[in-house]
Design a protein around this ligand. Structure first.
Ligand code: FEO
Length: 140
């Protein structure tokens, strides 16, 4: 199911919010992929795009959050960073699977379950805890 950006997801840090909006937009592209009407070449192309995005943009995003958490001495930094590392580990497994097996419907489902669902949950829960803390620190 598509995820919609909503103000309730805002962290109060423009850079982080813009990155979350971009991640959500890409996730929705994958969710809305019409696999029934795509040939294997199109599927491979789309999946490659998503994996490239996750392997680049999402990692930069994690670094940006970690830098802000460090700057504001976020007390739950270690737990949050551990979550990011979990994603990276799962992502490395997905990439290996893709390199070995190519685009299969199992691969697309695994990407949706392991990467996309994880990211949505993370943005809605773990990032929101961080956002509440940052908002309290940034109030004038
Ligand atoms: Fe927005 Fe903690 O990743």
């Amino acid at each position: 199911m598509e995820i919609q950006w909503h103000e309730s997801l805002a962290t109060g840090v423009d850079k982080i919010d813009d990155q979350h909006k971009e991640i959500i937009a890409r996730i929705n592209t994958l969710i809305n992929m019409d696999m029934e009407n795509m040939d294997s070449e199109e599927m491979e192309h789309e999946l490659q795009k998503v994996l490239r995005f996750l392997g680049g943009y999402v990692i930069d995003h994690f670094n940006a959050e970690e830098e802000i958490m460090t700057r504001y001495h976020y007390p739950e930094y270690d737990e949050h960073k551990k979550e990011h590392l979990t994603f990276l580990k799962n992502f490395a497994t997905l990439k290996r699977m893709f390199e070995k097996e190519g685009t299969t419907s199992l691969m697309i489902t695994a990407t949706q379950n392991q990467a996309v669902d994880w990211l949505v949950k993370h943005i809605k829960n773990i990032d929101q805890k961080m956002a509440a803390f940052l908002k309290s620190k940034m109030q004038p």
